[in-house]
Unconditional design. Structure first.
Length: 112
């Protein structure tokens, strides 16, 4: 149930963010502002996100399959508690960083 609420609240912020961008930017620059927001979303979210979660999952492995060339293969056994803490820690850190930036935007925004 926690995961459901985390995902639901994440997607509930999409529309207010878009409305805030459209209200704060002059008419002629709105499409550019939405494009910049999309680029930052891709650069800061979809590229490093899977890498960070992959590192967390790999670091919680306790037993690796070693092939005949002495290279690590698939993980056989995970430390589930460690994985849970790592994944929740990454999610919480990202959420805290997002909240900090929203608070900064509220404090430093000056209406035209």
């Amino acid at each position: 149930t926690f995961f459901f609420f985390a995902v639901a609240f994440t997607f509930m912020s999409v529309t207010p963010t878009t409305v805030a961008i459209l209200r704060c930017v002059p008419d002629k620059q709105r499409s550019f502002a939405l494009g910049v927001q999309s680029v930052f979303l891709r650069l800061l979210g979809t590229i490093p996100g899977p890498i960070l979660f992959g590192i967390a999952i790999d670091s919680s492995c306790t037993l690796w399959d070693i092939n005949e060339y002495k290279a690590k293969g698939a993980c056989w056994v995970y430390d589930n508690e460690r994985m849970a803490y790592l994944l929740m820690g990454i999610s919480a850190a990202c959420r805290i960083i997002s909240i900090i930036f929203v608070v900064m935007a509220v404090l430093f925004y000056k209406p035209p």
